[in-house]
Each structure stands twice: as C-alpha cells, then as structure tokens.
Design a binder for this molecule. Sequence first.
Ligand code: GLA
Length: 433
Amino acid sequence: MKAEGIAGMTPALVILVLALSTGTLALDNGLMRTPPMGWLAWERFRCDIDCDHDPKNCISENLFMDMADRLAEDGWRELGYVYVNIDDCWSSMERDANGRLQADPKRFPNGIPHLARYVHDRGLKLGIYGDFGTHTCGGYPGTTLDKIQTDAQTFADWGIDMLKLDGCYSNATEQEKGYPLMSQALNATGRPIGYSCSWPAYQGGLPPKVNYTQLGEICNLWRNYGDIQDSWSSVLNIADWFFTNQDILQPAAGPGRWNDPDMLVIGDFGLSFDQSQTQMALWAIMAAPLFMSNDLRSIDARSRTILQNKGLIYINQDPLGIQGRRLIKEQSGVEVFWRPLSNDASALVFFSRREDMPYRYQTSLKKLNYTAGVYQAYDVYQEKLLPAFKDSTDFVVSINPSGVVMWFVVPTKQMMGDGKLFGGDRLAKPTHL
Ligand code: GLA
C-alpha cells in the first residue's frame, strides 16, 4: 500500500482497506492477538554471568524471580506486562546426556521448570531464548535442524510460554528451513508457545529476501532490524528505519503477528524524559511488542509513569491491531504519526527532531486527512481532555526537542461524558484486561 494511496482516503476507508488487506492467515496458535507486553533481560543485563562478583545483576534465576515479583507487585501485571523473558546466556555450555538443553546449574540451581512455576504462580508467563544455528550469539549451544523437535519439546515440558529464536551461526538457506520447522514443532507440542523470530533481522528486513506473508503464518512476532542500545541515537535509528519502510512493514502486522522494533529502554541510562516519552509513543503507534529491558527494582518514578500510562497502553493494545504510519515529515523537523483505532478513534503523535527549544507546530485535522466533523482530543501524556474542535480548525501543539505530543482523537459523538476514556464501557477494552 503506497503512502499516496492512503493519503487520499478518509480514515474510515483506510481502516476498512487495511483490515481487509491484513486478513491473511496468522500463526494458528491463537496467541498474541494484541502486541505482547512484558520484560526481557537482554538490553539491560546482557550476558553478565559473574554471579560471584555481581550477584544482583547476573543472569540467574534470582534476577528473573526479582523481576517477576516486581511485575506482580508494582502494578505492571494488571496493565498487561505479563511476560518475564530470559535471553541469551542462560544455558549450560553442554547439552545433557539425552541431548537436551539444560540451564547453567550454578546460576539456575532449581532449573527452568521451577522458575516457570514461580512465574506462573504470580499470574505471569515465562519466555526463553534459543538460537537457530550452531551457537547462540553469545556462544552457548544452538538449535540445529536435528535438534528442533527436542528443543521445542523441552521448552513445552518446562512450561515455557514464549520462545525468541535468534539466528546467529546459521545461513539464509538453513533459516528458510529452520524457522518454519520450529513453528511446526512448537505447535506439535500442544502447549501454546508464542514464537518470536529473529529471521528477518538476519536477512536485512526487506523483500525479496524477507517474505512477510510467510512470517505472519509461522511467527507471532519478528525482529526486523538491528539490536536496540541504551541511547537516543539507537532509538531514533530504529524508528527511522521502521517508518522509512512502512509501506512494506505496516501491512505485515495484525493480530497475532507483529513487527518488533526491539525492547523499550525507558528507565535505563540513555534517554531523557522527553526521549522516553517519544520511544513509548512511537512504539504504540507501531503496534510494537512492549518488552521493557530495565531494572524494575530501582526504576525511577517518571519512567514508571511513562511505561504505566494507561492511554499509551490502550492505544498500543487496540484490538484492531493496525500498525500506524508516518503521515508527514516537515522541513521544520516535525513529524506526524497516525494510527487508526477501533470505534472510529485514532492516535496522533507530533514529534520534534529539533534541538533548539519547544516548537509551536500549527496544523488541523483536515490537513491530516481526517473526515469533516467535530472531534475531541485527549492529550495522553498531560492526561487532559481538550475542548471539541472542527476538522478545519487550526490548532497549535508545543513539542519539546526530541519529544512528542500524543493525542487520542475521537469524533464527538463517541466521547465519554465524563472524559474518562480508558476504562469506560463505551470503548472496547484491551483483550488482556
Ligand atoms: C542478538 C539479538 C539480541 C540478543 C543477543 C543475545 O544480538 O538480536 O536481541 O538476543 O543476540 O546474544
């Protein structure tokens, strides 16, 4: 779908066209009808295996139990953050006598099944990491073609709920066989296991090397692009790549099958407050999986407020599951993003790449292709309902450098009387709540 084609359509028509064009078969495990949410170890804790000197931060069962406690006790789980995901460096360097993967006995003395029970007892789900290839990226045992069934069965036996299958140390020809085979093997276990495929990221993320129709049929989510780092330049680089390639990526997403621009680094060290708001806003527009990689034991209050913003989560989790798009790139450095939502609602993000001062950006809904009518907007970060205005009325938003203004927009007939938008009955609730 070309940007020009969409630009000329009314939002209602765009919703219809996108809903129809995303109606192909998804992985038939019924999982992840909205983007998965949770916590993933990698960006923040990497391959720290030095439990002797760094017991609090090393990759061990204690780390995942700590994070499960925080998710369950600090309000995250109720908002949908339910996955606790292990990444690389969890396993022993050797498979066991039966050829099965095993956890490092020193760092996971009680084994993965125990950890799965611990996580499940708290109403959460456990994700694990594997790699289709001879080794994981960190040099641990990989899953070669002959090991796919064994590993899928092992994960199912352990009570695993999600698998991220990385692609280090395998080539394109092997991956073409391995990723679909793992999908089948997971299904064959009979246990619902969400399947995250790193395959496209290893093939440049774009057709003809990447076939997004096929990915949607075998994976619930997939990494399209490089690893996120704890920096603004990394967040910006990733967002730019995804929106530059939106004509290819946007139609690939839908309920049960998501593009994954990688983890949220909000609450770490690299992003300012405004940049943190920007990452969350753009990830919501992209219908991206929301996997935080931070230290939930010591996260600061402002980062937590961003990650726990109900409006943001509501938008990210919209049941239509239509990925949003960049509408405009202004000379001034302002960019406008839009995502259609259920019940004729939509989300807008006004983002400033400027580095000088808050920029007063003037536009109207009409200029943003909205249908004629009267609308109300709710400022998602300010948590304020703005007075009703017409599509043709010009308005001004003041956008901080590297920050955003984010609106939830509804035609006035849809508006809740008391202005309570996220939790009322007239708007569909996210399916996980
Ligand atoms: C790759 C992946 C990362 C992470 C590391 C682990 O780089 O893209 O997300 O899983 O491997 O080694």
